[in-house]
Design a protein around this ligand. Structure first.
Ligand code: GLY
Length: 344
């Protein structure tokens, strides 16, 4: 069977003009909506919807694509009840929130990124400043904080009172565990909910941004996929853009967002590209589909899609005609069949 037809039959299929997710047995969006055109904004998780809507309003008020990405992501970064983005995030093992973020501009193929930054409210803005005010792409830790201070970026607490109290409980529980070394390899549930946002702006230019507090109670200094260009985000102005959420270690080892964009370049629909990327990673990875990774994507034609492992995930899509939360297809070994690669 030709590869593209196999992909369509594996987890999604076109039935009567509708993209149907076989794993969930539910129709996704009609193809007319899939071709809604610019401006089109796609982001991870339901909390991306107000961020998308802010981004759209910035565009409608005459702002640039970068303004829209930055101010859209500010909405999520400012929500201190969000435990996985911004200064409300779960801290690292030392009780300090370390933030990762990046931004990309399709025009000029420019990128800026910061990692392991503490005490600043909007890492996406610092990432933009790295892109626009330095000759570099990425600043980390103390250097990024000095840069942010020198440029007058808004400061905030190194951890919120609520997260500090939760961290103290976590630390006390951890101290009681005999197998501390083994424990450090466990993944706390529901703490990887990065915002990745990709946008097709007016005129067909493409932009993206990503922001997260990363893995809750991570080893201090740990950096995930979100600030890694090609890992948690990638934009190619000729093709499209992709972003990721989930366990960064399982994305960055495969240049996941770059791979999604390259598969779109080869002609795959954004949703097919997300599906095929997960399938490629699962085929190589000893964990198979037990990866907790999710991708969003859009292309130059105004088509979009997403896919995740397991039951998939919810993502947000906003354009002039609608703004909604959409369920992605979910991939398991049952959907794809037997795997090869390194899987044991
Ligand atoms: N995807 C976010 C992280 O793993 O840090």
């Amino acid at each position: 069977m030709p590869r593209r037809r196999f992909l369509a039959s594996a987890a999604t299929a076109l039935v009567g003009g509708r993209l149907v997710n076989r794993a969930l047995g539910a129709p996704l969006l009609p193809m007319a909506e899939l071709n809604a055109g610019a401006p089109l904004i796609v982001s991870t998780w339901p909390f991306g919807k107000p961020a998308n809507e802010k981004a759209l309003s910035v565009l409608e008020a005459g702002g640039t694509g970068l303004d829209a990405i930055e101010q859209g992501i500010h909405v999520t970064e400012s929500d201190l009840s969000n435990p996985s983005v911004g200064l409300g995030g779960i801290p690292n093992a030392d009780g300090i929130v370390q933030l990762d973020s990046c931004i990309m501009s399709g025009p000029g193929h420019r990128a800026g990124s910061v990692a392991a930054v503490s005490g600043f409210r909007h890492p996406i803005s610092i990432a933009r400043a790295v892109m626009e005010k330095t000759i570099h792409v990425m600043l980390v830790g103390e250097g990024a904080e000095k840069f942010a201070a020198a440029h007058g970026f808004e400061r905030g607490p190194k951890v919120t009172d609520g997260q500090r109290a939760a961290w103290k409980r976590w630390k006390a529980a951890k101290a009681k565990e005999a197998a501390a070394a083994a424990d450090s390899k466990k993944r706390p549930a529901k703490n990887h909910d990065t915002i990745a946002m990709v946008m097709l702006g007016r005129g067909g230019d493409i932009f993206g941004g990503c922001s997260t507090s990363g893995w809750g109670y991570k080893v201090p200094g740990r950096v995930g996929d979100s600030p890694i260009i090609g890992g948690g985000l990638y934009v190619d102005n000729e093709v499209g853009a992709a972003g990721a959420t989930g366990i960064g270690e399982n994305v960055m080892r495969y240049c996941g967002s770059f791979l999604v964009v390259e598969l779109m370049r080869q002609g795959l629909h954004p949703q097919e590209a997300c599906i095929e990327t997960i399938r490629r990673i699962a085929k190589l990875d000893p964990k198979g589909f037990d990866l907790s990774i999710n991708f969003i994507a859009l292309d130059k034609r105004g088509r979009f899609g997403a896919a995740g492992t397991g039951t998939g995930f919810e993502y947000s899509v906003t354009c002039g005609a609608f703004s909604k939360v959409v369920q992605s297809p979910g991939l398991t070994s049952a959907d794809i069949g037997p795997l090869g690669g390194n899987r044991k």
